[in-house]
Design a binder for this molecule. Structure first.
Ligand SMILES: Cc1cc2nc3c(=O)[nH]c(=O)nc-3n(C[C@H](O)[C@H](O)[C@H](O)COP(=O)(O)OP(=O)(O)OC[C@H]3O[C@@H](n4cnc5c(N)ncnc54)[C@H](O)[C@@H]3O)c2cc1C
Length: 298
């Protein structure tokens, strides 16, 4: 394990929350919605709003999560610039696939009646098969349901080829979870080369790639390639995380008339947000120092 992960893992939850504050909209649905409104009004950005939470085990907590998503749908339904992201581990996958799929289906059906999009995040490799199975079953019924694939996994190109006969929205990213060498690429450069290839593969199979990266050269490489091959600008979009400073690049893409969608997480209970925030801090420990500098002056 590398040192920065060890340090972040040992950090107490309140400290994690403080250091990771740029990555979260705040507490409660209203904070997520306010951030989505602000991003759209001020910068012309789209959002995918996410309730932070994973490793939810008790049925009553899962049901409480489902109810939060229902309330989000009510608030976001009149905002065409917003969509929703969610995770299997917050919706009952730890109990059974059938239970989780039923919860996902309830949320997707409610969102579909308002034309609101739902995206199923991808967690670590232990969940890949089950997540794809649930996705395919629900995609059979609903057009508003999308998924995430991770270019670091060796299996991903095959997963794209076997995804679905219907067109799908697919967020393609390198993946945040560290995976073993038996199943995944280990070098970021290789993961990004794969991501570039898989954007084209998704288009070739009739899908809508949501290119999720903050790597500016990779974003530019994708744009140049897709422009050169005459791919319409509404056949794909770019996605980035709240808190990663990419305003200039985002504005450049918006001016090209394309969608840039920001992942906007909010928390209902901080204890459920800690895993997400620790992963973000491990990906970028410099953020902790930046926040400290802002707190105490330089
Ligand atoms: C919208 C969106 C949704 C995602 N959903 C999933 C998902 O469902 N499952 C999953 O496994 N992964 C998900 N990810 C995470 C993704 O897989 C990567 O881990 C993450 O985006 C970093 O990869 P990168 O391509 O930006 O490249 P990197 O090389 O990691 O980053 C490029 C540059 O961006 C900046 N940067 C990147 N991350 C941060 C950060 N946290 N803080 C500050 N600066 C940073 C740094 O300057 C870095 O040099 C998602 C990412 C995005 C943008």
């Amino acid at each position: 394990m590398d040192l920065k992960r060890v340090v972040v893992d040992l950090m107490p939850a309140p400290l994690v929350r403080t250091f990771a504050s740029p990555y979260i909209a705040g507490k409660g649905i209203a904070s997520g919605v306010a951030k989505a409104d602000e991003l759209h009004t001020k910068l012309g950005l789209y959002s995918t709003v996410d309730l932070l939470g994973e490793e939810v085990f008790r049925r009553e907590d899962v049901e409480a999560t489902v109810q939060v998503y229902f309330r989000m749908i009510e608030v976001l339904k009149d905002r065409p610039f917003a969509s929703i992201s969610l995770k299997p581990t917050q919706l009952g996958i730890n109990e059974s696939m059938a239970y989780c799929q039923d919860n996902l289906r309830r949320i997707t059906a409610a969102a579909a009646s308002h034309g609101l999009r739902i995206t199923l995040d991808m967690e670590d490799r232990h969940f890949t098969d089950i997540t794809l199975q649930m996705f395919k079953a629900i995609r059979d019924e609903f057009d508003n349901f999308g998924i995430v694939l991770q270019s670091r996994l060796f299996r991903t190109s095959d997963d794209i080829k076997a995804l679905h006969a219907k067109p799908c929205r697919v967020r393609i990213c390198i993946g945040i979870y560290k995976e073993i060498a038996e199943v995944a690429l280990q070098s970021k450069a290789d993961m990004k080369a794969k991501l570039f290839e898989q954007v084209q593969l998704l288009l070739d199979h009739g899908h809508y790639p949501e290119i999720a990266t903050h790597d500016e050269p990779l974003v530019r490489r994708c744009m140049e390639h897709l422009d050169k091959h005459g791919v319409p600008k509404d056949a794909y979009e770019f996605q980035m995380l709240l808190g990663v400073p990419r305003t200039e690049l985002q504005q450049e893409i918006v001016k090209r008339g394309q969608i840039v969608r920001i992942y906007v997480p909010f928390a209902e209970e901080w204890k459920y947000a800690v895993h997400y925030l620790k992963r973000r801090l491990a990906a970028n420990p410099a953020m902790a120092f930046m926040v400290m500098k802002n707190m105490f002056g330089s």
